[in-house]
Ligand binder design. Structure first.
Ligand code: IMP
Length: 430
């Protein structure tokens, strides 16, 4: 039996929520292993739309265990508010169905304050973060001064750690002309919610090991995308965690061999929110059309996403750095009706041809896409449930993508609905 990790192969927003939800039917447990409530996963089940940020997508299915691993940065207030929202939609969430790693680091108000202050200071060169405090919270974790979930059970330790943490941050806040943070206030706010958070806290690595030994199926749910990975993405225009599949093991407390098939969710074109290089971006009418047809607005921040042609160079690189076995191609229907489609299959930099995305900031901003042009299709692919329902040119487009990225299409999603999915290869089956 093998487990599956689902990750985004571009800049996030590839439609992971739907695919994870679809796969979670076959899983026993769904684990989030990085990121925080910067993620926005939309699930459409019947007439209900669930917008999840921190909770694993399996939470909407009864009898599935949802796990938030140690690699996630947890805003405890955001977590409680999301639990309340989904409970209001009839979803059962209890300490039997949700486990939060007791060694996960917390996002506090100060992290959001610093995130926003830094972005304002960067001005034109801002990252375009979600403002959720993700970067500053990961910095504190790596600097060994973070407050972790388990600290909530020890008021004395919590107060000492908060004093150390805030002494550090107040130096910066003072210099930046920002209001200072108060230990007493944060302590009071955290102790108020501590019992609720602690009711979900657990050594999740032990639970996962137990499930693994009992041959239960684990689905690892990534957030963001490979090009936002802090090492392998378009640094510094990235998020502050590793989004590649290797993190599924580290961020949940299991070994790399526990992760079997790696499914890379891949949009049939490209989008990006926030700043940073985007070689195949379309700032013309076609980009506008892609955005309108694809409803390309951020789930978390409502920001308009930048749109462009499919970049096969970028995805080919993501396949390698993230260890992707096969892809789930999403939103093909957004391309319906275009007379002509382009796919980027190389870059040009200072007169030279490149078949990979370079790591220098200047080079990343300067590469020019080299395109292949294909004939489009006029028929609708929306809701197609079999290969035979697809127009010939759509099949050609998919085959070209497979050829250029060096990975097969395992799933094809043809609408936000659960059932509108064409299965080529079930990632859970060998
Ligand atoms: P942060 O994760 O809030 O620090 O934002 C860093 C970068 O990652 C920004 O460009 C964000 O727009 C982007 N980002 C963060 N989370 C997501 C996501 O879930 N989807 C797409 N982009 C994201």
């Amino acid at each position: 039996m093998r487990n599956v990790a689902v990750i985004g192969s571009q800049w996030g927003d590839e439609g992971k929520g739907k695919i994870v939800d679809w796969l979670s039917e076959q899983a026993d447990v769904v684990v989030r292993f990085q990121g925080g409530h910067n993620a926005g996963h939309t699930l459409v089940v019947g007439n209900t739309t669930y917008k999840l940020s921190l909770l694993p997508s399996g939470v909407v299915r009864p009898d599935k265990l949802s796990v938030i691993g140690a690699g996630v940065v947890v805003d405890p207030w955001a977590l409680l508010s999301e639990i309340k929202t989904v409970q209001g939609l009839g979803v059962k969430v209890s300490p039997e169905t949700l486990l939060v790693a007791d060694n996960a680091s917390l996002i506090l108000g100060v992290h959001q304050q610093i995130d926003k202050a830094r972005e304002a200071l960067r001005g034109e060169r801002k990252i375009g973060t979600t403002g959720r405090g993700i970067g500053p919270a990961y910095e504190d974790k790596v600097a060994r001064r973070a407050i972790r979930v388990s600290d909530l059970s020890d008021p004395g330790e919590l107060r000492t750690k908060l004093s150390e943490l805030f002494a550090h941050h107040n130096i910066y806040l003072k210099a930046a002309g920002e209001p200072l943070v108060s230990v007493d206030q944060a302590f009071a706010e955290l102790t108020e919610i501590a019992p609720q958070i602690l009711s979900y806290a657990a050594p999740v690595w032990r639970h996962l090991e137990d499930l693994r030994r009992r041959d239960k199926r684990i689905l690892f749910e990534g957030a963001q995308g490979v090009m936002l990975d802090v090492d392998h993405g378009t640094y510094p225009y990235v998020t502050s965690s590793n989004t590649v599949a290797g993190q599924a093991a580290t961020g949940s407390g299991t070994g790399p061999t526990t992760v079997g098939y790696v499914l890379g969710i891949t949009k049939a074109y490209t989008t990006r929110v926030g700043s940073g290089p985007f070689p195949s971006e379309l700032t013309d009418e076609i980009g506008q059309q892609l955005g309108e047809r694809g409803h390309e607005f951020g789930t978390v921040t409502g920001r308009k996403r930048r749109c462009g042609w499919f970049d096969a160079v970028m995805v080919r690189q993501a396949i390698v750095t993230a260890g992707i076995t096969g892809i789930a191609l999403t939103k093909l229907d957004v391309l319906d009706g275009f007379s002509e489609l382009k796919v980027c299959d190389g870059y040009e930099l200072d007169g030279e041809k490149l078949d990979y995305f370079p790591s220098g900031t200047k080079a990343q901003a300067s590469v020019r896409p080299i395109y292949r042009t294909l004939e489009g299709w006029s028929q609708s692919t929306r809701g197609a449930r079999s290969w035979a329902d697809l127009p010939g040119n759509a099949v050609k487009y998919i085959r070209l993508i497979e050829e250029l990225i060096h990975a097969p299409v395992a799933l094809l999603s043809t609408s936000p609905e659960r059932e509108d999915t064409i299965l080529v290869k079930n990632p859970f089956e060998d």
